[in-house]
Design a protein. Sequence first.
Length: 295
Amino acid sequence: MAQTQEPVAMLGIGAMGHGMATSTLRGGIPTIVWNRQPEATRDLAELGAEVAETAADAARRAAIVVTMVTDTDAVSSIARDQGMLAALAPGAIWVQMSTIGVAGIERVAAMVQAERPDVTLLDAPVSGSKDPAEQGQLTIFASGPDEARLRVAPLFDALGQRTIWVGPVGAGSRLKLVNNTWVAFAAEAVATSVALAGRLGLETGIVVDALGGSPLVSAWQAAKLQRIAKGEFSAQFALSLALKDVRLAVLAAGDDRFAALAGLADEWQQAVDHGLGHQDLTVVTRALEQQGATP
């Protein structure tokens, strides 16, 4: 499957990073893993991954390093506090795949330029949740120097069903914000429609039957409808993380013209404040249904 077998280090073994490491191992790529909580790496070791004790140790062993963590501060902490950036070999590639927004990737790019200009930075956030990550079915919004494409092709082929190269570093993060804005409004359409149906005395099953086969409803939305109908809100894309991405989009927009997006963020923040952030973003349905309900 791979044109080359350069070792890859996966730093950050959360739900997404774990699935991605599983996919690189399945693709025959030598994989080194590191996580702040080592227990998350144990089953990957059984699958053949090398487990590094530190991020710096993982980076030292790899030709390509992937970071997949929550936010810009976590990325910077791995790079600087954990010693990853200093440990990279000259000519190594750092593939930053976390969703950190425009300001975040600019901060990372400035760090690399100032401290390790001999390292190639790629900005390559992904579209997809836990299951696509495990199945190697992500979409990758890649940006960075053209000369790095061949070296990362085996990695991207293992992780994704599609890679879209969109320009210099920063373009990938910009496209990811556009993508996740689409996701946010698609999820909000499902949640609000189902909650409105309940307010109007209609059963969720009727909504599923009526909208499930409609050309207005994507396959992703149809699957979300089915999960809502079953009361299944375990996180495929946690509401707190989805809200973080919406806030990044609002920040990047830089003005007040995107009032609907800002309003969506405020609505989701209320749900997070009520302790629902760890559940799937469709749990907004439940929050809307409970608003104004009799305790």
